[in-house]
Design a protein around this ligand. Structure first.
Ligand code: PAF
Length: 282
């Protein structure tokens, strides 16, 4: 496995692999890899001959009050983990390499899908995500890219961008990987104290209660959301940002639940903002 820091070196490595006949798989990440990221590497590995993992904490997608500076970083550890799962190339650029003129004058601006769910609370976040994903894909030129279902809105916006702009790129969305007690894996789980870590299981627990109610025939969106809200309300250090049942592609709230609709939530556990979701009937 090779580790490169520059766009030119990444392009050269990918060109060599493509010249040898490989299809290129791509897993964009912000590093501090966990089993969730590594399952994306597995997906890319299964379906392509050369797997690129990018590790870049993208300043454009963080708001001024958010955790850009504190975001955990450990390239050496990430490289070992990615190597162990068969990644071929790590692309870990600096800010100067990615944004030599600092804030780029040209960015990808998503429309209505970005105003909902997390986007309503993180203005500019998805513009930053789509801009960096576009840049990274122009650099790596993958045949397929893998994203995690945990960031459901992100994956939906990326799928839509690729369709809207006719990119010859296959997008694969891989299921959420959870800890044994149900907590969705996230690099931000590292911020939680042991007590907060215990309380954070309320997120998946609430979703699980709603999924069970849906399986038992409950179709009222407000009642399904209330099951999640009640579970979260029982934990003193958990503050809900939103719990919504939405259409899987349009992300609009629905009143009557149907199989495939997405129950999505964001909540603060202490100071740490966590997200999770469940696809009903999946
Ligand atoms: O999901 C993430 O880790 C990031 O949003 C991504 C897609 C790597 C863009 O910075």
């Amino acid at each position: 496995m090779e580790i490169v820091r520059t766009i030119a070196a990444a392009r050269a490595a990918v060109a060599r692999a493509r010249g040898g006949g490989a299809r290129i798989g791509f897993v964009p990440t912000m590093g501090y890899l966990h089993e969730g990221h590594l399952s994306l590497v597995d997906r890319a590995r299964e379906r392509t001959g050369y797997v690129v993992v990018s590790i870049y904490v993208n300043p454009l997608q963080f708001g001024p009050q958010e955790d850009f500076a504190a975001y955990p970083r450990d390239l050496e550890r990430d490289a070992e983990l990615a190597r162990g799962r068969g990644a071929d190339l790590i692309f870990a650029p600096s800010d100067a390499e990615m944004y030599p003129r600092r804030e780029p004058a040209t960015q990808v601006v998503p429309t209505r899908l970005a105003d909902r769910l997390c986007g309503a609370f993180r203005p500019g976040h998805f513009q930053g995500v789509l801009t960096v994903v576009t840049k990274l894909c122009h650099i790596v030129q993958p045949d397929m890219a893998v994203f995690g279902q945990k960031d459901y809105q992100q994956a939906t916006l990326i799928r839509r961008m690729v369709a809207d702009l006719d990119w010859p790129l296959e997008i694969v969305v891989a299921p959420i990987v959870r800890e044994p007690d149900g907590l969705a894996m996230s690099s931000r789980n590292a911020y939680l104290s042991p007590e907060q870590r215990r309380r954070a299981t309320a997120l998946s627990c609430g979703l699980g209660r709603a999924e069970a109610a849906f399986a038992a025939g409950e179709r009222d969106a407000a009642r399904l959301c209330a099951l999640v809200l009640d579970t979260l309300a029982a934990e003193p250090d958990v503050r809900v940002q939103y719990v919504e049942l939405v259409h899987p592609d349009e992300l609009e709230p629905v009143a009557v639940a149907r199989r495939g609709d997405v129950l999505a939530l964001a909540a603060f556990v202490g100071q740490t903002r966590l997200i999770d979701n469940a696809i009903l009937g999946a």
